[in-house]
Design a protein around this ligand. Structure first.
Ligand code: ATP
Length: 589
């Protein structure tokens, strides 16, 4: 299959927000492609070379990329850099500088999807001495055979600027449409994707062997399962009303990990399926000693604690364990306890479909007593008062709150459902939860802040159906002086010239950035606002969106990508919760 056809769809992605059209174009692409290319095509659409759990990233620096462009254009590197400074996008620079050159080449050769993928893969995996030259040559080979549009897409891909790719739901819709002309197979395909986190595998199996094979997919060690997520409700009473008699577990404010074990081999993945085995040698050792099953997949919250006092440490301490260097020393300084809360697979059996009660029973059976791993603290409650009491105990012990769990519900991989309901603090009147928002721009400082060149950030929530970021708050408070300098430095590395195409914003920013960094924000409440694009068109007043009132920065959330930010749907739900909570207060309860 020609790479040009894929590049054309990417080109369209930039200029259209019409998801239906894009789905149809993609469906056509999958239909016309050689069946052997299905896997590669799915990955390229996602903007990745392999699923995140392989840990293979292309991330070629701007400098090497510019050198490859210079080589092919036959121009000095300075000229490429000057053009880049002007355009602000290395992809555009490649397209314009290679235009003449590529037109001469066009008649001779056309790039195949497979060839592009193979070179990308070699660029990502070549290392050691001389590898920089190898990478430049591999990229130059592609560029010298590509049209301007292909060159633009190739450069954006290798520099990580296509990282957001096409949203997964759109790709799943396209696969279904390709086969049956509508989206009816999406839930089946999505189930398989949620259990394996590998869209290439799903596309390949589906296109080559049909939906029957997709139905046979279950969990398997070393394929991370996409995480189940919790909903929110406004009060303990509302939770018990929704779930009836239910389980309530302590909510530990640490780092969610998924542990896979097959015999002696143990691997650990983060909430967003990155490989983390090397960062937790202490957990790996404990799994070998404390877990009785030969094969299993379980989840838990890893939380750092103070060995002397036994106290749990805040998230900022635990997150320091996420590192590549100095692992052993940090493990000693910040030992981890792992509170296991889900068993998803054990000795050949898929447990995701069992009721929570049964999963929890089996989880308790496979964990031997020991120093590192223990099942999460848990009680059964029948009334709101019992739940409230347990919540107070947890908060008193320095925990974040509780998660209530529906005793009868299966594990809802990859979805936010009422099978789990989180309850963090007294919700009355105030915003029911912190928000995880994506930084899309920043402001120069005024007054005292002029010297930092940083006055705050413009943040957005994520509309997952349409793959768009919609602004919700300008945040200027919560940054100390050190943080202002740090944020400026961090954001200056991802500046873009104009508002990114996938950002909806009514107000401007002094500097726009790639939607990449996620920050946790606190605020007094959600208010309707004509200035922000979040939920715009979804409220009774069509010209109003939602904004955070008095937003303040809590922390940078390095364990989340832009797509893990709070979604527009959640914001609308939080707005509803807020209305219900304030009516409780007004009603004098
Ligand atoms: P938050 O910012 O509130 O942690 P989140 O977006 O990371 O939210 P949620 O689904 O909203 O995820 O909340 C569930 C999170 O709480 C899990 O991802 C997990 O990291 C953490 N957690 C702590 N203790 C438990 C527990 N006992 N059971 C399930 N999740 C738990």
């Amino acid at each position: 299959m020609d790479f040009f056809d894929l590049a054309a769809v990417f080109g369209k992605l930039e200029s259209t927000t019409k998801r239906l059209e894009l789905t149809d174009d993609l469906a056509k692409l999958f239909k016309e492609a050689d069946k052997r290319d299905a896997k590669v095509l799915a990955y390229l659409c996602q903007g990745v070379l392999l699923p995140d759990f392989h840990g293979v990233e292309i991330g070629l620096g701007d400098k090497l990329t510019a050198q490859a462009i210079a080589l092919v254009a036959g121009k000095p590197i300075k000229e490429v850099e000057a053009s880049y400074r002007k355009s602000g996008d290395l992809g555009d620079t490649a397209a314009s500088m290679l235009e003449k050159k590529t037109q001469q080449n066009l008649a001779n050769s056309s790039l195949s999807v497979r060839k592009v993928y193979d070179n990308f893969y070699k660029i990502a995996t070549s290392g050691g001495e001389g590898s920089q030259d190898t990478k430049i040559k591999l990229l130059a080979e592609l560029l010298s055979n590509s049209s301007p549009l292909e060159a633009k897409v190739i450069v954006r891909f290798v520099t990580g600027n296509l990282r957001l790719g096409i949203a997964e739901p759109t790709i799943l819709d396209a696969l279904s449409t390709m086969a049956v002309g509508d989206k009816s197979l999406r839930p089946d395909l999505e189930r398989a994707f949620n259990l394996r986190s590998d869209l290439g595998l799903v596309a390949e199996l589906f296109i080559n062997q049909g939906i029957e094979e997709i139905h046979k997919i279950g969990p398997e060690p070393f394929f991370p399962i996409r995480p189940a997520l919790a909903e929110r409700l406004e009060s303990a009473a509302a939770i018990v009303e929704k779930l009836g008699r239910c389980a309530v577990e302590a909510k530990y404010d640490g780092f969610r990990i998924q542990v896979h074990k097959n015999g002696d081999e143990v691997r650990i993945y983060s909430r967003r399926q990155e490989p983390m085995t090397d960062m937790f040698p202490d957990v790996v050792k404990a799994v070998r000693v404390q877990i009785k099953a030969k094969q299993c997949i379980f989840e838990g919250e890893a939380i750092a604690y103070n060995d002397a006092t036994g106290e749990f440490l805040p998230f900022q301490a635990t997150i320091q364990r996420k590192r590549k260097h100095g692992v052993a020393a940090k493990a000693e300084e910040l030992p981890i306890k792992l509170f296991a809360f889900e068993l998803l697979y054990a000795d050949g059996k898929d447990l995701t479909q069992l009721a929570f009660k049964e999963r929890r029973r089996r989880l308790e059976k496979i964990v031997k007593k020991g120093d590192v791993i223990a099942p999460a603290d848990y009680i059964l409650v029948k009334t709101g008062a019992e739940l409230e009491k347990y919540f107070d105990t947890c908060v008193g012990a320095g925990l974040e709150g509780i998660i209530a769990k529906d005793l009868k519900a299966p594990y809802t991989a990859g979805a936010r459902k009422f099978a789990w309901i989180k309850f963090k603090r007294s919700y009355r009147g105030a915003l029911a939860d912190t928000i995880d928002a994506v930084i899309v721009g920043y402001y120069e400082g005024k007054g005292k802040r002029t010297k930092f060149g940083f006055g705050g950030v413009l943040t957005a929530i994520y509309d997952e159906e349409n793959n768009r970021f919609r602004t919700i708050a300008k945040v200027g408070s919560g940054f100390d002086e050190k943080e202002m300098a740090q944020y400026k430095e961090m954001l200056d590395k991802i500046l873009v010239k104009e508002k990114p195409a996938n950002v909806d914003s009514i107000i401007g920013a002094d500097y726009w950035v790639k939607p990449q960094f996620v920050v946790t924000l606190n605020a007094d409440e959600l208010t309707r606002s004509p200035m922000h694009a979040a939920a715009l068109g979804k409220l009774p007043h069509k010209d109003e969106g939602l904004a955070l009132r008095f937003p303040r920065l809590v922390q940078l959330r390095t364990d989340k990508t832009a797509k893990d930010a709070t979604t527009e749907r959640e914001i609308l739900e939080l707005f509803e919760l807020q209305k219900r909570a304030s009516s409780i207060v007004e009603g004098g309860e």
